[in-house]
Write a protein of this length. Structure first.
Length: 89
């Protein structure tokens, strides 16, 4: 879970690693040149770094688009519609 904290001079992103046996949290200090970025962008980058550091896929928010599942669903729905049309005739 990434939480935005505001420090005196710096923005800090704290990531709590409750599932990691070695670490409790990761603190990331936002570069002053990038502090204007939207919090969601900063949070995504922080989560990517946490995943790389800990090797924990749980942090990852990168969900790949599964085109096979989408195509299979579309074909299944199309077949169901055709079946319903055939039954109604």
């Amino acid at each position: 879970m990434a939480v935005m904290l505001k420090g005196i001079n710096k923005q800090i992103i704290e990531i709590k690693c409750t599932e990691n046996e070695c670490f409790d949290k990761i603190l990331l200090f936002v570069n002053a040149n990038n502090s204007h970025l939207h919090p969601d962008i900063l949070r995504k980058n922080a989560v990517d770094i946490a995943s790389a550091i800990t090797g924990d896929k749980m942090f990852s928010t990168n969900r790949k688009f599964n085109s096979v599942a989408v195509i299979s669903t579309i074909i299944g729905v199309a077949m169901l519609v055709l079946l319903l049309i055939a039954l109604c005739m």
